[in-house]
Each structure stands twice: as structure tokens, then as C-alpha cells.
Design a protein around this ligand. Sequence first.
Ligand SMILES: NC(=O)c1ccc[n+]([C@@H]2O[C@H](COP(=O)([O-])OP(=O)(O)OC[C@H]3O[C@@H](n4cnc5c(N)ncnc54)[C@H](O)[C@@H]3O)[C@@H](O)[C@H]2O)c1
Length: 270
Amino acid sequence: MKLKDKVALVTGTSPNIGGGIAEGLAAEGASLVCVDASIANATDCAKYIASTGRKAIGITCDVTDEAQVAAAVKKACEAFGRIDVLVNNAVIFNKKGVLNMPLDQWRKQIDVILTGAFLFTKYAAQSMIERKARGSIINIVSTAGHQGEPNNIAYSTAKCGLLNFTRSAAMELVHHGIRVNSLTPTATDPSESSERAQRWGRAPLDLAAAKPIFEMYRTRIPMQKLPSPSDYGRAAAFIASSEADMMTGTDLRIDAGAIARYWPWDPSQR
Ligand SMILES: NC(=O)c1ccc[n+]([C@@H]2O[C@H](COP(=O)([O-])OP(=O)(O)OC[C@H]3O[C@@H](n4cnc5c(N)ncnc54)[C@H](O)[C@@H]3O)[C@@H](O)[C@H]2O)c1
């Protein structure tokens, strides 16, 4: 197992990507701290992971609130002794354009994505340094952070910011043995999230309603198949593990070829 005896803290543990990453890290042996502003998403994820035989706790915390972040890191260290792996994954979606996005909503979305990652990195890295522990920090980006997506201005801007936050933090923390990398997901097949929601005792997602939009994404992606959260979970486990010991300041794209695609090429036409 890649993460035996490691402690991982993941923010934003809904049954979608954060839940998939948390389960992926736990499958490789890690104990999990599931952090979310929603008590249900923090505790359901932790409860499910605990039911598989791993140690897990849920902590309710707003990633934009410094006192709450400091308290969450303290609680995690009290529960498990240290944090070895941090995954900054929490997000709010709010598709609005530069012409119509209200300032307060711009600030809120930038705050959750960028300030949330900044605060958790600050307190988790301080705790790693205090304990002289090597660590791995993974920031969850998006293909929208690599390209100019229209009408998603705060999201695309913040996700692009996270790419250089990753490089800057990687340089600052390199002499402390803390690696900082990012992982880029893309439009994600919703079937696994629906199955995960059911495993957590919730209702399934309305996959029929979501089908047309995901079918559009599928036909435009080079592999003609969308990734699932467990694909990101396996990639996060790799980045967090000693197999990636020489990797820092890097972005790992699990995007079925989306960003590599030459823009006029239509992958559905072979
Ligand atoms: N869903 C996709 O297709 C997709 C594509 C590319 C990248 N991503 C990225 O993957 C990550 C997860 O996306 P998802 O689709 O699973 O999102 P989601 O909406 O299912 O989950 C986000 C979680 O973050 C939590 N959260 C929101 N604000 C918070 C706050 N202030 N403090 C603490 N927790 C907070 C929510 O409660 C929720 O549980 C995000 O970083 C997102 O940008 C998603």
C-alpha cells in the first residue's frame, strides 16, 4: 500500500471528487480527516471510510475562515498526531461572466478556491514543519484553469491562480521536505458519484437529467470517455506517495487528453 501509516486531510468531501479522492487515499492505507463546510459531507465521508476499516474523522470547517482552519488542523493533529498529506479540493461553482458577476459573488468564489487553499497550506505546512515531518500538498485545479472558459470568470481565474500558488508554495517549502503539486481534473462522469452517494446512504443523482451535457463533453474529449473521481483518487495517492518523491511544483492532468488537444481537431471524427 502506497500510504500505509500516513494521515491525509481532504477538504470538500462531497460524494463527488473530494469523496473519491478521500476514498482513493484510504484505499492505499491512509487515515483520513474529511473537512467540509457541510456537516453531512464531512461526517458521511468519514463514516464510510471508517466502515472500510480505516481510521477517519469528519470536521466541519469553512475553509475561508482562518480561525476555523487553524482549529481544524489542530484537531486533526490531536486525533492522528500529524498531517502528512493535504488535498485542497473545496469549491463553490457559480458560472457567471465578467459582464454580469456581482462583486460579492466574485470575492466569495475566489475566497473558497484560493484563500481556502492558502489557509490550509499555511496551517498544515506549519504543523508539518513543527513535527519535522515530510509532507505532500495537492491542489485540485480544473481544465478551466488552463484555458479561457467564457462565463465562468471567477472559477477560471482562481483555478489558474492555484497553478502558480502551487509553484510558489513548492519553492518556499522545498527545504522543509514538503512537496506541493496540483492535480487537474476535467468534466467528470457522474455515475460513480451517484453510486458513492448511495453507498453513503443518500439518494442517487438524477443521471438522466445530466446525460445530455455529459454526452456533449464526452464527444469532445480525445479519449471519448470522461474520467471518474476514482481516477483522481489513484493519481492523488501516487502524488502523495514516495513514488513521487522527486515531483514538486508540477501539475498532473487526469483529463483524458483535454488540454493536449489541438483546438480545431474534432476527436469524435476519426
Ligand atoms: N465536477 C467537475 O466536473 C470538476 C471538473 C474539474 C475540476 N473540478 C474540481 O474538483 C473539485 C471538487 O469538485 P466537485 O465537483 O466534487 O464539487 P462539489 O460541489 O461536489 O463538492 C465541493 C465541496 O466543497 C464544500 N465547500 C464549499 N465551500 C466550502 C467552504 N467554504 N469550506 C469548506 N467546504 C466547502 C462543499 O460543501 C462540497 O462538499 C473542485 O476543486 C473542482 O473545482 C471539478
